[in-house]
Write a new protein. Structure first.
Length: 98
């Protein structure tokens, strides 16, 4: 399955399935946090769950950053570049995640 239908680099099926499963768990965590807020759960417990969600999202983002870097490097190297621009673009994306 391609990282994007418009891109040449592919994400292997197992990696894609792993990311989709992670996103499903994150969705469940988000619903749980919402329920905790609605029910007036302890703030510390709610914050712990929010932290777990953020960590899970960071892991998904890191995997996607790897896909992005592979796409950009592949594109640049096939065009005769040395990869520096691709790395710069990946660093820009990483900065937006921070």
């Amino acid at each position: 399955m391609p990282c994007s239908e418009k891109r040449a680099t592919t994400m292997d099926k197992d990696r894609l399935e792993d990311l989709l499963q992670r996103m499903s768990r994150i969705e469940g965590q988000a619903r749980g946090v919402r329920r905790m807020l609605e029910e007036g759960a302890d703030c510390q417990d709610t914050l712990i769950q929010i932290g777990a969600m953020r960590a899970a999202l960071n892991r998904v983002a890191l995997a996607m950053l790897g896909c992005h870097l592979a796409q950009e490097l592949g594109r640049e190297l096939s065009a005769g570049g040395d990869g520096r621009k691709a790395i710069d673009r990946a660093l820009e994306v990483l900065a937006k995640l921070a």
